[in-house]
Design a protein around this ligand. Sequence first.
Ligand code: SF4
Ligand code: SF4
Ligand code: SF4
Length: 270
Amino acid sequence: MSNQQELSKSRGFLLPKVRRVIQMAMLAVLGQWSFYGIFRCPFLVPFVSCEVCPVITCWGRITSYFWGFWLFLPLSVIFVGRAFCGWLCPGGFVNQMIGKISFSKMRVSNQFLKIAPLGMVLSLAVVLILWLGIHNPRSMVPIRVGDFWNSIQLSFEHASLSWLVRTFVVLGLVAAGLFITNLWCRFACPTGGLLEIFKGMALFRVFKNSACNDCDACLRICEMGTRPDEENCTNCGDCLKTCPVDAIKFGRQGKSDERYNQIQTKEEIR
Ligand code: SF4
Ligand code: SF4
Ligand code: SF4
């Protein structure tokens, strides 16, 4: 193995560790935001009605002070597809950690798993109906105390049935990740669904070139149970060095495939 190959291999093994460190840092920065969204946001759809929300301690209010914050997600999709899910989202990190102890990894390829991600599109549709269709009703008395357990208890005590249903559905689907790895992020998250719809336009991505022989080695190590550039791939990069035929690359897809085909043609001529 050449020095160059050894260097790129060691970088490949380092990448998942770097990703974990970044995810932990993002949990520290944005984790409280997710906590508010699930347990303390009085609206059915969190983070979209912050400008009229009376919970003044919520981190979600940053979006009402600085609307440009929301530009980050579309910009990140244009450049790196669903990388927000693989690298930055605190919810994704928690789901991936639950996935570590789940009973079934479900890292296989079958027809059901091909269509199951449509669940994300379905939940996105429900969110849009709640938000734009019935104007995101406030369905819980805003809880202003800061204490963690106390605020959760008060939220449940003062919530309407609709808030309880949405919260138990979300928590239930996250907990179901104990039985099917990453169930929430693979099949149910509306934000993931939105990113999934638009990730096709990404300039840079993890992808497999025409050397791929469908061995599925990448799928078996993937936390999202998928293969590069297929449904649910988050550009996390964990699989970059797992391919036995070195078919997995990161960058602009067309360019790399051209290079691969040129090398193949030269070898065939020899
Ligand atoms: S699917 Fe949803 S919860 Fe999971 S990482 Fe993406 S945005 Fe976060
Ligand atoms: S490990 Fe490589 S050859 Fe096997 S399925 Fe993945 S990309 Fe294709
Ligand atoms: S296919 Fe590779 S890059 Fe895509 S999510 Fe799975 S491990 Fe990450």
